[in-house]
Ligand binder design. Sequence first.
Ligand SMILES: *Cc1c(COP(=O)(O)O)cnc(C)c1O
Length: 311
Amino acid sequence: MNTLIANLNFNAKEIKNQSFVLENSNSFKLFIKREDEIHPVISGNKYRKLKFNIKTARKEDKTTLLTFGGAFSNHIAAVAAAGSTYGFKTIGIIRGEELANEINKNATLKYAKACGMHFKFISRTAYRNKKNTNFIAALKNEFGDFYCIPEGGTNNLAIEGCKEILTEADSSFNYICVPVGTGGTIAGIINSSQPHQKVLGFSALKGDFLKEDICKFAKQDNWELITDYHFGGYAKINNELITFINTFKADNNIQLDPIYTGKMLYGIQDMINKNYFPKGSKILVIHTGGLQGIAGMNAKLKQKNLPLITI
Ligand SMILES: *Cc1c(COP(=O)(O)O)cnc(C)c1O
């Protein structure tokens, strides 16, 4: 395990995020870009993805943001927080009718509700229509006009926002590592990366379809999707991952989430052990946030009598 050597206050002026350097005997350097710390309530890449959408919603004189998500969604929490911060009403279309009675038992929904989000709970079947124009039109009939943000927040404006994750100062890195859900964040990073840099995406989902999704938005081909560290699928975890997250925190004082950043760093450590990265590599790891999801995961772990993620 690498150990924390220094806090470099990377990019401190612009986004007051800190980077940490971890050094190990193979003489390469691992930096963590603390995107989880860029905003007090709208975490990490979700802030980046919302930034230009919020600006556009304002310009279009919209007063309501409507979006879609599951019960533990970082995106739902971020949109709810953005609404209360920037003065929009928010509506969350939530997958799973049964959750209507469980708002106060679910940390994400409880938080979103406290931010003022209004929910509509729909069945998993109905949820599949989330991109359908008739379905959106029916929602406009029900709720009035709104600015629509897709599930996970990925659209062209989100990718513009994610391009701002990398700055000039990051051009000395050989590798940029980022977790992948819908592919929007990595696409922005690819589009603002330098040709000499390689962008590694760590898939949080099972399946190869993500490659096509990334290709739709990515304008360069200096990237690779790593699919070996999803732990069986989206939001699936095991004791080994929990132990890793807890050890990483104890060693480095950096909290990881179980869905995205924990799996990515587990993967990076495994790849380091397998000598994937050449000697002398400078690796930049993007901490995309997502820490609000830990409470919901711990509630599930507790039910199953499994060890919890320490916070
Ligand atoms: C949503 C999310 C991701 C995935 O981002 P995409 O743009 O959907 O690929 C990664 N990490 C965290 C913490 C997230 O909340």
